[in-house]
Each structure stands twice: as structure tokens, then as C-alpha cells.
Design a protein around this ligand. Structure first.
Ligand code: SF4
Ligand code: ZN
Length: 738
């Protein structure tokens, strides 16, 4: 441990402590001690302080107590040549810094100074990261789509290097937070000036222009442990260890190091996150005291991301896709404006479809991409007129063959085409089946992207993602209108047949369910058991998906679970499932009821799409979806409710579910089923409209849809009850739920 670093970190902690004290006193002077504060959309108070101490800071007055705590961690600033501080003091300085930064930022929120924006570039900094965003990313965290996080502090030596580093990170799917500055400039501004898109979709998220804005990233990491890892606020070592072992984050410090950066870096080190610097700094490599890398220097910008990845040990799997534009999930959410479009397919104005079908081995020519177009169209797509937008019909037919391929897997793979195509930079894709819509941007076309590249993308991705079931892939692209219309009818018949097949599937009609243990990397005892009528609570896996995943990777996180003897058909209990749950939950759960929320419900990890909660006064349940940030009739927002159900625990009366479970015939069947549903957010209700209407009719209450209350009618219990009574909601007269 270099004495220089320690002294610098300690000086930095004093500096930020002073800044925090000043900001807090200003906030108190403005609003008073009793002023209540919470960061936007979180159930975790000041998350870092809560995670470390268990203290729930809710008012400005209580923040003073938080600062006192930080003060206790401050060491005296060492004078030159007289004092040799070591790891302990440095780490304390790091923690003191994070405490102080959190209070500084909270005070700045109160003072109306956060989140910031930049007038010159128009950047709107993100500020505090909400619980909703963290949960939205849940499945991507656990399935490896997001292999890690970078926090960049500072700026690159020049704009070209900034772009290169950002692209390097994007291509590896690393989620990157940007903060800090060097002489008033920072990496976010550098990227913005070069026209690089910033934001969550691009996976480049500017947090704020100061080094202390890195705290927002620490806040997010800390909540990961609380939300997904079921760690308790106050179990500091547990929270920190969880992050070291499971959250693959690192800091990339660009440009000169300051006292504040060293101090913040020391805080990151307590979380087990190393700092990689692009300057000559004293390195802290494993020695007797530390067992892993803390500070690493890499001055070569060509190699710096490799160094980061190696240092933190990120596992990155990238498929090489042979196309002339960049490729990766960071380009998935790109919007392409009409004015920037060269070719448009489908959408509101054109005929298009995408359809994946199975053939015998000898009928498929592996790797072949056929274009079916008349001469004029063929010429046009070879050398497009980039000054205007051309609308073309497009049928994408993907034919696959494989010894283990089954028609049941067709929709599973077909649904992926959307992700695969969207990952190309400058390409837009929306919808599926015969409701798809695509655009090729002028930029992509000028870089050489051709329509045939759709085929190349599909070929490369399907082959690499489904090697166990697909041996051959052929892609046919139809561009002649009559042919597209004709083929679309064939495809439509198949879509219809598939709909029927899934609809007819019941839990009784199969002998095997599938487990999903993906979330165990975050919630170690959590088990999802996925049946035809109950999908995984994240909404990302249904029974067919899980079965396909098992075929693809027989030793992976999705395993067959033999139902065995049915012990309770109403509650949804099976002997085989209970045995499986007991062993897969490491003997923490004796089993669960798939169709009840009151009697041993399934556990919830952290990434549920919706939460179902008991509303005793209405003798029913309400459902609230992630993304709805308003109040609910049980007096809790989604974020607060999520805090009570997550972490792999069983919480009777509450549970996380996938959205489509609501309209399943098995939805809380043992507790009275769909007719118990009394409240849900309007947007959720509307997105399920047709199915809810049909299910209401099936349950014998034709007007049921209009009896479900939503926030536009009532956000609180009393008003909701009035509405339910006025409508004669069936839950009110059902058998008492408790
Ligand atoms: Fe996690 Fe369950 Fe979704 Fe699997 S199905 S990713 S375990 S929530
Ligand atoms: Zn999960």
C-alpha cells in the first residue's frame, strides 16, 4: 500500500465530508430538520448508509447523524514523512467518503441541484438510479447478458479515444456509468460531441459531472445485495462480500487522479471493485493483506478494456456476426427516424412477416441466404438511392433442421429474431410474426449494410445460440409483393395453429415441469418452477422456453422436474415438485403451492414483472407492475412492496409473478382465482384487455373487466371500496379470504 494513496484518500475524505456538511446545513436552513427526503423511487432510504448500518435515514435531521457516523471513520490527515497510514485507514476513508457523498447528493436533491444537465451538449444526467431500473435489469444480470458494469470517472485524452473505449464497452455488453471530469470536461460530453447516443438503451449512462456522482453506482450495487441477495441492511460485511463475489463492477479512472477520486476509489475497493487507471499510478496488487487486484495501471488505451475485463474476471461471450456495422445489445434500443431511413419494411404501411419453420436435414442448405426479388428490386437493393426512403415488402423465412429440433421450439427461436436483428447498429426492428417493422438507416447503408445481412445475422445468431437443437439454417428473403402475400398466408396458418397448441396446454396435460435456477446467482435459494400455466416470475421464460433451454444446455439452469403424484390439485402441489424444491432451495423450503398465495406460495427473487398483494378489506387481491411508480390501495408503492417480497423468501399474501400469469386459469386458483382481482394499474389492465374480458366471461362474470379498479378511479382503499361496491365486484361476496 502506497503511503501516497492512503494520504490522498484520507485528504479526499475530509474534503468531501466538509462539502457534505455545508450542503446539508444549507438544506436544513431551507427546509428545516424534519423535512422528509427519499431518493426517487427507492424503498431503501439512503441505500449505502442503510446497507452498511441498517439506519433508516428519512429526514434531514437524521442525515446529521449519518454524517457523525462518517466523521467517526475519518483518520487524521497525515503530515509529510511522519505517518504511514495503511489499508485499514484507507478503507475507512473510503467508507467515510461514500457516506458523505450520499448525504451530499441527498442534500443537493433537496436543494433542487440534482439531477444535473449540461447546457453545452444538452446532456441530461441520470442522477439517482431507481429501484425500477435495477429490477428491470434483473434477468440480464443473472443470465449473463450483462456481464458487468463499468464506472468511468474523468475523460479520455481525446474524443476519438472516448468513442473507441465506449464502443469497446458496448460491444462487450458492459453497462457503463459516466461521471467525474477533468478541467470541466468529461467522457459523457466527449461522446455527446461525437454524436454517440447516451442513455440506458445505449448502455452508456451519464450519472453526473463530478467524481462524487460515482456514489449513485455504489448505491445501485448496494441495493443489488439487498434486493436480490436477501441481505439485511446493517450486515455490512455480507453486503460488501456479496458485491465482491457477484457484482462484476470496476472503475475506470481516466486522466489525473485527485484526492477525491482516490477517496471514492477507496470506497469502491471496500465493495471489491478494482480501479483501473490510464495514468502511471502506484498499483495495489494482491499481497498478504489483499487477495485481489485493487488498483491497476494501464496507460495503453488500446488495451485498457481488456485489462479491465481480465482484472475483474468478467465472463464475456460474444458471437461474431459478419456484417459491416457494429453489433451488440447496446444498439438494441436505437430509434431510427423516418428521415434517416433508406429502406423500410412492414409496419403500418407494408406487408411483411417473419416465420421460422423446420424441415428435414437434406432439405436445408446450411448458411444459404436467398434473395427472391425481381430485377428492378434486386438492382435497387444493391445500390439504393440513399437520398430517400423506400418502402418494400419483406418476408423472412428461416428454415432450420436438427436431429433434436421440434416444432415446439419454432416460436422460441422465432421470437429471438427481434433481438438478433435489433442488435445491429443502425437497424431497427419491432414486433414479430406478421406485425413486424424494420428500418435500415442511411448510416448503416453507407457503411455497406445490405438486406442480405439480415440473413447473415440470423444465421450466425441462431447457430451460435441454439447449437444443441439446430444443425442447419437457411434464410429466404422475399421482396416481391405477391410472393410475400402468398407466403404470409401460409405463415399465418402456422401462427394460428401454434396459438391453439399453447392455449390447449394445461398443467395436467404434461408430466414434466421445468425449473429455473438462473436467479440463484443473485438470490441463492430461489427456485422458479415453470409449468404450462404458470410462467417464470420475470416473464422471460415460459414452459416451452424452459424446455428448449434444457434441450440446448442439459446441465444448465433449467432442469426437468417430474411432477409425480398430485397431492393437492387445487393448490397446485405435487410430490415430485416439492422434493425438487427442497433440494434446489438447499433445504430451506419444503415445497410450494403453485396456485395459492396464502399457503406456502412460490418464492420471489428480485426481478418479478408484477406483485400480487392481499387487500383484506376488499376480500381480494391487487396486482401492481414494475414501472408503475404511483401509490396503490395497500398504501405501498411497487418499490416498497418489492422490498417485502424479494430475496428468495416466501411471504404469504404477497408474491412476484409474470404478467401473463394473471390471465391463466390457474392464477391464485386456490384463493378464489381471477374474481379476487380488485385493483391494478390502468396501463397493465389495458395491455391485458382482451384476455381479461375473455377470462371474466369464462369465470361467469361477463362485465368483470370494468369492475377492476385502477389508479384513475382510486389510489387509496376507501375510494376503491366505494367503487367496488358500486360495481358489485364479486370478491366482496365471496367466501372470506382469511
Ligand atoms: Fe429468475 Fe425465475 Fe426468471 Fe429464471 S424464471 S430468470 S429463476 S425469475
Ligand atoms: Zn430473478
Amino acid at each position: 500500500m502506497s503511503r501516497h494513496i492512503a494520504a490522498s484518500a484520507i485528504r479526499g475524505s475530509h474534503q468531501i465530508f466538509a462539502e457534505a456538511s455545508e450542503a446539508l446545513e444549507k438544506a436544513v436552513a431551507l427546509k428545516g430538520e424534519d423535512y422528509k427526503f427519499e431518493f426517487p423511487d427507492t424503498a431503501f432510504y439512503l441505500p449505502h448508509i442503510y446497507g452498511m448500518t441498517g439506519i433508516k435515514i428519512e429526514t434531514l435531521g437524521q442525515m446529521r447523524g449519518g454524517l457523525d457516523y462518517a466523521k467517526g471513520l475519518l483518520s487524521p490527515v497525515p503530515a509529510e514523512h511522519e505517518y504511514l497510514p495503511y489499508l485499514g485507514e484507507t478503507l475507512d476513508a473510503g467508507q467515510a467518503t461514500l457516506f458523505a457523498e450520499e448525504i451530499l447528493l441527498a442534500s443537493r436533491y433537496v436543494l433542487g441541484l440534482e439531477p444535473m444537465s449540461d447546457a453545452e451538449t444538452g446532456i441530461q444526467y441520470n442522477g439517482f438510479i431507481t429501484d425500477t431500473v435495477l429490477r428491470d435489469l434483473g434477468v440480464q444480470l443473472v443470465d449473463g447478458t450483462l456481464p458487468g458494469f463499468a464506472v468511468i470517472i474523468g475523460k479520455a485524452p481525446d474524443e476519438e479515444t472516448a468513442v473507441k473505449i465506449a464502443r469497446d464497452l458496448q460491444q462487450r455488453n458492459i453497462l457503463t456509468f459516466l461521471c467525474g471530469n477533468v478541467g470541466g470536461d468529461n467522457m459523457a460530453k466527449q461522446l455527446s460531441r461525437k454524436g454517440v447516443e447516451l442513455g440506458w438503451d445505449a448502455r452508456l449512462v451519464p450519472l453526473g459531472p463530478e467524481a462524487y456522482h460515482a456514489l449513485y453506482a455504489a448505491d445501485w450495487a448496494c441495493r443489488g445485495a439487498l434486493m436480490f441477495g436477501a441481505k439485511k441492511g446493517g450486515d455490512a460485511l455480507e453486503v460488501l462480500k456479496y458485491n465482491k463475489d457477484r457484482v462484476f463492477a470496476f472503475a475506470l479512472v481516466m486522466g489525473p487522479m485527485t484526492d477525491l477520486i482516490w477517496a471514492t476509489g477507496a470506497g469502491a475497493i471496500t465493495y471489491g471493485f478494482p480501479a483501473i487507471c490510464d495514468t502511471e499510478v502506484p498499483e495495489i496488487r494482491p499481497t498478504g493483506v489483499c487477495t485481489y487486484e485493487h488498483v491497476v495501471s494501464q496507460t495503453d488505451h488500446e488495451k485498457i478494456i481488456d485489462t479491465c475485463v481480465e482484472t475483474r474476471g468478467l465472463k464475456i461471450v460474444i458471437t461474431k456476426v459478419p456484417i459491416p456495422v457494429a453489433y451488440g445489445p447496446a444498439f438494441e434500443g436505437e430509434r431510427i427516424r423516418k428521415e434517416d431511413t433508406v429502406f423500410e419494411f412492414g409496419g403500418p404501411k407494408g406487408a411483411a412477416f417473419e416465420w421460422l419453420t423446420t424441415k428435414e436435414m437434406e432439405e436445408v442448405e446450411d448458411g444459404k441466404v436467398n434473395i427472391h426479388a425481381d430485377d428492378a428490386t434486386a438492382k435497387l437493393i444493391e445500390s439504393p438511392d440513399t437520398s430517400k426512403t423506400t418502402q418494400l415488402p419483406l418476408g423472412i423465412k428461416v428454415t432450420v433442421a436438427g436431429r433434436k429440433m421440434s416444432p415446439d421450439f419454432e416460436p422460441v427461436i422465432e421470437r429471438k429474431l427481434h433481438d438478433y436483428i435489433n442488435c445491429a447498429q443502425g437497424i431497427f426492428h419491432m414486433g414479430q410474426r406478421d406485425a413486424n417493422w424494420m428500418r435500415i438507416s442511411r448510416q448503416a447503408a453507407s457503411e455497406g449494410f445490405k438486406i442480405s445481412h439480415f440473413g447473415d445475422i440470423i444465421y450466425a445468431m441462431v447457430k451460435s445460440k441454439f447449437p444443441a437443437i439446430v444443425d442447419k439454417v437457411q434464410v429466404d428473403l422475399y421482396l416481391n409483393e405477391p410472393e410475400v402475400l402468398e407466403m404470409r398466408e401460409v405463415a399465418r396458418a402456422v401462427y394460428e395453429e401454434r396459438n391453439q397448441r399453447v392455449k390447449d396446454m394445461t398443467d395436467e396435460s404434461v408430466e414434466t415441469f421445468y425449473s429455473c435456477l438462473l436467479c440463484q446467482s443473485f438470490a441463492p435459494n430461489h427456485v422458479c418452477v415453470i409449468s404450462p400455466q404458470r410462467l417464470g416470475l420475470c416473464g422471460a421464460y415460459n414452459w416451452l422456453d424452459a424446455r428448449a433451454a434444457f434441450e440446448i444446455d442439459p446441465v444448465g439452469p433449467n432442469q426437468p422436474v417430474t411432477k409425480g403424484e398430485t397431492t393437492d390439485p387445487d393448490k397446485g402441489r405435487w410430490k415430485g415438485v416439492d422434493e425438487y424444491v427442497w433440494s434446489a432451495s438447499h433445504q430451506t423450503m419444503e415445497g410450494f403451492s403453485a396456485y395459492s398465495l396464502l399457503d406456502s406460495p412460490m418464492t420471489s427473487c428480485g426481478c418479478f414483472e408484477c406483485i400480487v398483494a392481499l387487500v383484506p378489506e376488499a376480500n381480494g387481491y391487487m396486482v401492481v407492475n414494475r414501472g408503475y411508480t404511483g401509490m396503490t390501495p395497500v398504501g405501498m408503492k411497487f418499490s416498497t412492496l418489492a422490498g417485502t417480497v424479494g430475496g428468495g423468501a416466501q411471504t404469504p399474501g404477497f408474491g412476484g409473478i409474470g404478467k401473463y400469469f394473471i390471465t391463466s386459469k390457474k392464477f391464485i386458483k386456490a384463493d378464489g382465482g381471477l374474481l379476487r382481482l380488485v385493483w391494478m394499474p390502468k396501463s397493465l389492465k389495458e395491455s391485458l384487455r382482451e384476455d381479461l374480458i375473455r377470462r371474466g366471461e369464462e369465470e361467469g362474470v361477463p362485465g368483470f373487466y370494468d369492475m377492476i379498479c385502477d389508479e384513475t378511479i382510486a389510489e387509496e382503499s376507501e375510494k376503491m371500496m366505494e367503487f367496488l361496491m358500486e360495481k358489485g365486484h364479486p370478491a366482496l361476496t365471496m367466501e372470506s379470504i382469511l
